[in-house]
Design a protein around this ligand. Sequence first.
Ligand SMILES: C[S@@+](CC[C@H](N)C(=O)[O-])C[C@H]1O[C@@H](n2cnc3c(N)ncnc32)[C@H](O)[C@@H]1O
Length: 346
Amino acid sequence: MTTDRGEGAPLSAGGPVRHIPVLLAEAIAALRLKAGGVYLDGTFGAGGYTRAILAHEGTRVIALDRDPRAIAGGFDLVRAAQGRLTLVEARFGRLDAQARALGHDALDGVALDIGVSSMQFDEGERGFSFRFDGPLDMRMSGEGRSAADIVNGADEEEIADILFHYGEERAARRIARAIVHDRRIAPFRTTQALAAMIARVVPGKPRDIHPATRAFQGLRIAVNEELRELVDGLAAAERILKPGGRLVVVSFHSLEDRIVKQFLAARSGRGAARSRLLPGEIAPEAPSFESDPRQPVSPSDAEIAANPRARSARLRAATRTQAPAHAADAALARLAALPDRSPGRR
Ligand SMILES: C[S@@+](CC[C@H](N)C(=O)[O-])C[C@H]1O[C@@H](n2cnc3c(N)ncnc32)[C@H](O)[C@@H]1O
């Protein structure tokens, strides 16, 4: 947890490369902030959302980030907030447990602005991007399996599944075969070595995105278990939001948005008409959320012109009802998982 240790000011919260908050005004409006309200920002990053919530008088914020560098970059904001901000190095998948550990059993709002920050993308040594040559790492938290561990250690089938399901890369099998062939000669150590090999195997057209873009997305999602975290984080928000509390999620690609959309559809009872139950059929659980109309919200042309990284952002929001939280959702978990290829499940 971050406390006021009076350390020297970084250039900006989160480090020298500034992250421009995406859909900031829309996310803050969607939270419908109340004086005295307690909000959880599950993705602190450079603190853009947290700062905007704290600007609303009387609010308190619990902010989480799994990246120790993001936490270190937030010291000044913690100090400036004078007790209204608690910043914790943690995953948002267990955000309800984090809030309870801090004495909050019910929250007024939860915001998740998922994905990668500009600091993570633009610091070559983090290994998120092949625009810079850096170690093949991609771990937000610095813990667990790195991208190099997967590329040099996973079997061909798992690599192909990661590239296909998490990267939506149609040439996944061809790339996986080439990885497994080439790593016998020399393991992949750097981002640009892997990107150059992919460009050789699946050369793109000059105006297309770089041929390694999708593979890198797939590896990053696998390394950080991003989709499972999202499924867990949505369910955790459902457990800790008070009736009337607001859930606001900004996602950056179709895999994430599909999970948020499906979660809100299931939880708001869409498609589950109680009156049409057949005899013996179990009644669906009562809706635990009421989804906002006209979703998703996309960035304006002006925001995209000012910050092209906002291009693919989508915001969805909903209000927690009085109903109990639903049981774990297997269909949602399947959206986040790779196919089960263990013996007997093929
Ligand atoms: C897009 S940035 C958030 C930017 C932030 N809203 C701002 O305005 O500065 C996403 C942040 O979420 C963090 N993150 C991603 N997945 C996480 C998870 N499962 N738990 C906690 N933090 C996570 C990343 O480390 C990164 O700092």
